[in-house]
Design a protein around this ligand. Structure first.
Ligand SMILES: Cc1cc2nc3c(=O)[nH]c(=O)nc-3n(C[C@H](O)[C@H](O)[C@H](O)COP(=O)(O)OP(=O)(O)OC[C@H]3O[C@@H](n4cnc5c(N)ncnc54)[C@H](O)[C@@H]3O)c2cc1C
Length: 656
C-alpha cells in the first residue's frame, strides 16, 4: 500500500461531462456547501474537445438547469432525406464542452472546490473507506465519483461492440448558407463504405456550422480519410469555407454491460456507469437525469441505479447487431424510421418514454427482414428454448392418446438423433485439429474405443461404480455445455448440470428406479417435485437470461412426460443442439460441413448400438425398460470419451 494523504469529503475522478453535470445538480441543491471537494483530471480541460447535443421538450427543466452552458438551440430539423419541419414543443440543444468545463471552474472558485491535474492510477475502498491513488499515494474521502473511461471486456460471440466515430469541422462559409434555427441530422448522402455513415450539420449562424461525418462501424473512421470525405461534402454543399476548429471523437456502442464499482462508496459516473445509449451513442441527457436522481438521493448509502427498460436493451442489441452484420441496412432502416415517424416520436422512443403499443406500431413499419435475421442470430438460444417448450407442450397434448405420443417421440427421436444427437458426438476426431488428419485417425480410434471399453468393463464388473461415474460425468458435461452457452463459472455449471440430471431422474422416480435397478441392481428412491427446478427461476429472471428461464419452464413441464421423452427433449433439443452450435461456431464451419465430417463415426454409432442391443445380456426381465438399461450403458460408454474430448475442446477455445 502506498503513502496516505489528507482526506476529503468527495473526490471526483475525471472532470468531464458526467462530473460537471453532477456537480451542477449538487450545487443547485447546495449539497456541497462546506464540503471538502477534490476534482482530479489528467487533463486541464482548457480546450473545446466535444460538442454535446440533446433533444428536450421546451418545458423540460434540463433547459433551465443548463441554461448557463447551452450555446444554441434549434427548433427545426431536416433528417434522413425528409423535408425540413418544425419540432413540435421540442428543441435540439447544443453545449460546447469548454463552456461546461469553464462553468465548473467558476463554481469551483466560488465554492472552494479544489481542481488538480492528476492521473489517477487506481480507485478502491477498504475498512477505512474509499480512496484514490495518485503516484502511489492514497487520498481518502467519504465517497469517490469515478468517471474514468470504462474498461471493456473482450466481446463474446453474442456481444456487439461497435464504434461511433466522427470527424467534425467548425466552418465559416463565405456567403450565408444556413438557417440557424434548423439543424440537419443523418444525411446519408455520403459513401457508406461498408459501414453506416452520415453527416450532421449544426449551424450557429447563417455562415457558421459544425459539420460532422459520423460512422457506425466495427472499425473507427480514419481521420485523414474522414477529412477528405468531409471536405468533399462541404465543397459540394457550401463551396469554399474557412475551417475554424476541428473535432474528432469516438463513442463506444456496445451491447456489453459494464461492471459495477464493487464498492458502496465508489460511484461510477457517465460512460463508466453505462449511460451511453448503445444504439445511438447519446449520453448527455441520461447523465443529466442520473445526476438529478443522484443529487436527490445524495445522502442515501446506496448507488442510485439508472433503470433502463429491459426491452430497450433488446431493441438496442438488435439494431447494433444489424449495424454490425449488415451495415448496408443502416441507411434504409433510419430513412424508413424517419419517413414513417415524426422526429418527436423517434426522440421519445430513444428516450425510452414511448408506450409499448406505440413502439410496436413504430417497429412494424421498419424493414422487418434484417430484424428477423438479427433475432435469429442473437436470440437463437431463446428461440431454441421456445421451440423445445412448444415440443414439450405438443407431447403433453399427445399424451391423451399414448400411442400417438409414443409414435411422435419415436419419429422425432430417430430424426433428432440422426440430425444432431449422434453427430454432435461424432466429430470428436476433428475437434483437436479442426480437420480430418488420416494419419492420426487410427491412434484416435484406438484411444477412443479404449476409453469406452474401460467404462464398459467397469459397468460389467461394478455396475454401481459405473452408474456413479456415469451420473457424475454426465452432470459435469451437461453443465459444462450449458455453462458455455450462458457464460457461467465451472462450479455453477456443475451445480446446474447435476440439478438437471437429478431433476429428470427424480421427477420420473418410477421409471428411473426401474432403469437404475436394471443398470446397477440397486433400488432407487429419489422422488422430486416437478416445481423444484423453478428454484433457479428468480436467478434467471434477475440475470435476464430469457433462454434459461424458458429452459426451466419446459424442463418443469417435461416432468409430466415419460422419462425417455423428457430426457430426449433435453438431450437432443437442448444439449446436442447447444453442443452443435459451439462446434460449428468455434470451428467456423457450416453445419453441413460438420455433419458430413461426422458421418463415418455417426453411422458407426448406429451399427454399434445395434450390436450392443443384440449382445448385451438384458436378463429375463419382463419389464418394459429392459432394453433401456443396455441403451443407457451403451450411451454411457460412448459418451465417456466424448465428454473428455469436449472438455479439451472448450478449454482450447477458452484459453485461445
Ligand atoms: C466526441 C464526442 C462527442 C459526443 N457528443 C455527444 C452528444 O452530442 N450528445 C450526447 O448525448 N452524447 C455525446 N457523447 C457521448 C457522451 O456524452 C460523452 O462521451 C461524455 O463525455 C461522457 O461523459 P463522461 O464524464 O463519462 O466522460 P468524459 O466527458 O470523457 O470525462 C472523463 C474524464 O476523465 C478523465 N480521465 C480519464 N482517465 C483518468 C484518470 N486515470 N485520472 C484522472 N482523470 C482521468 C478524462 O481526461 C476526462 O476528462 C459524445 C462523446 C464524444 C467522445
Amino acid at each position: 500500500m502506498g503513502r496516505e494523504s489528507l482526506t476529503y469529503d468527495f473526490i471526483f475522478v475525471g472532470a468531464g461531462a458526467s462530473t460537471s453535470l453532477l456537480l451542477m445538480a449538487l450545487h443547485r441543491r447546495q449539497l456541497l456547501s462546506g464540503c471538502r471537494v477534490l476534482i482530479l483530471d489528467g487533463d486541464l480541460k482548457l480546450k473545446n474537445d466535444k460538442t454535446y447535443c440533446f433533444w428536450a421538450n421546451t418545458h423540460d427543466p434540463i433547459l433551465d438547469h443548463l441554461e448557463a452552458v447551452i450555446g444554441h438551440q434549434w427548433s427545426a430539423i431536416e433528417v434522413a432525406g425528409q423535408p425540413s419541419k418544425r419540432l413540435e414543443n421540442q428543441v435540439y440543444a447544443r453545449v460546447s464542452s469548454l463552456k461546461l468545463y469553464d462553468h465548473i471552474r467558476i463554481l469551483s472558485a466560488s465554492e472552494n472546490w479544489q481542481i488538480q491535474k492528476a492521473e489517477v492510477s487506481a480507485v478502491g475502498s477498504d475498512s477505512q473507506g474509499p480512496w484514490v491513488e495518485i503516484d502511489g499515494q492514497r487520498i481518502r474521502c467519504k465517497r469517490v465519483l469515478d468517471s474514468r473511461p470504462p474498461e471493456w471486456q473482450k466481446p463474446g460471440r453474442n456481444d456487439v461492440h461497435l464504434w461511433q466515430s466522427f470527424a467534425g469541422w467548425h466552418i465559416q462559409t463565405l456567403k450565408p448558407c444556413f438557417d440557424p434555427s434548423k439543424f440537419s441530422m443523418m444525411d446519408f448522402e455520403v459513401p457508406q463504405e461498408g459501414n453506416t455513415q452520415f453527416v450532421y450539420v449544426l449551424p450557429t449562424s447563417e455562415n457558421e456550422a459544425l459539420v460532422e461525418l459520423t460512422r457506425f462501424g466495427k472499425e473507427r473512421i480514419n481521420s485523414n480519410h474522414a477529412e477528405n470525405e468531409l471536405a468533399a461534402y462541404i465543397l459540394q454543399h457550401y463551396g469554399q469555407v474557412h475551417v475554424q476548429e476541428k473535432e474528432f471523437g469516438c463513442i463506444p456502442m456496445s451491447s456489453m454491460s459494464l461492471p459495477e464499482s464493487g464498492h458502496e462508496q465508489v460511484w461510477n459516473l457517465g460512460a463508466r456507469a453505462g449511460l451511453i445509449k448503445p444504439s445511438t451513442g447519446y449520453a448527455f441527457k441520461s447523465m443529466y437525469e442520473w445526476s438529478e436522481k443522484a443529487a436527490n438521493e445524495w445522502f442515501r448509502a446506496s448507488y442510485p441505479a439508472f433503470n433502463r427498460k429491459p426491452r430497450h436493451g433488446f431493441y438496442d442489441k438488435l439494431l447494433l447487431g444489424i449495424l454490425e452484420k449488415e451495415p448496408e441496412q443502416g441507411k434504409p432502416i433510419f430513412e424508413r424510421l424517419f419517413a414513417t415517424q415524426s422526429p418527436e416520436s423517434v426522440f421519445r422512443f430513444l428516450d425510452e418514454k414511448m408506450s409499448l403499443k406505440n413502439e410496436l406500431h413504430m417497429l412494424v413499419r421498419l424493414p422487418w427482414a434484417p430484424f428477423m435475421r438479427a433475432i435469429a442470430f442473437y436470440h437463437s438460444n431463446t428461440l431454441q428454448a421456445m421451440v423445445v417448450t412448444l415440443l414439450t407442450l405438443s407431447f403433453l397434448a399427445l399424451g391423451w392418446v399414448p400411442s400417438w405420443q409414443g409414435l411422435g417421440a419415436a419419429i422425432l427421436g430417430v430424426f433428432g438423433l440422426a440430425l444432431i444427437g449422434l453427430p454432435h458426438g461424432a466429430v470428436d476426431h476433428i475437434l483437436e485439429t479442426g480437420t480430418l488428419r488420416p494419419s492420426k485417425l487410427p491412434a484416435f480410434i484406438v484411444e477412443y474405443i479404449g476409453k469406452a471399453l474401460v467404462l464398459a468393463g467397469i459397468w460389467y464388473l461394478f455396475p454401481v461404480v459405473g452408474l456413479g461415474l456415469f451420473l457424475i460425468y454426465s452432470a459435469w458435461h451437461f453443465g459444462q455445455a450449458d455453462g458455455e452457452t450462458w457464460s457461467w463459472s465451472g462450479p455453477r455449471s456443475l451445480a446446474w448440470g447435476a440439478s438437471v440430471l437429478f431433476f429428470l431422474l427424480g421427477t420420473h422416480s418410477e421409471e428411473s428406479s426401474a432403469i437404475i435397478q436394471l443398470l446397477s441392481g440397486e433400488p432407487w428412491s429419489l422422488s422430486l417435485s416437478p416445481w423444484l427446478l423453478l428454484l433457479w427461476l428468480p436467478v434467471a429472471v434477475k440475470e435476464r437470461n430469457l433462454s434459461w428461464a424458458w429452459t426451466l419452464v419446459w424442463l418443469s413441464l417435461s416432468s409430466w412426460l415419460p422419462l425417455l421423452i423428457a430426457f430426449g427433449l433435453y438431450f437432443i433439443g437442448h444439449h446436442s443442439w447447444n453442443g452443435w452450435k459451439h462446434i460449428t461456431q468455434r470451428m467456423k464451419r457450416s453445419s453441413i460441413w460438420v455433419w458430413k465430417q461426422s458421418l463415418p463415426f455417426h453411422l458407426g454409432a448406429w451399427v454399434l448400438l445395434g450390436l450392443f442391443l443384440w449382445i448385451w445380456p438384458s436378463g429375463h426381465s419382463e419389464d418394459a425398460f429392459q432394453w433401456a438399461a443396455p441403451f443407457f450403458i451403451f450411451l454411457s460408454c460412448l459418451s465417456f470419451p466424448h465428454v473428455w474430448a469436449m472438455h479439451r475442446f472448450y478449454n482450447k477455445f477458452r484459453n485461445a
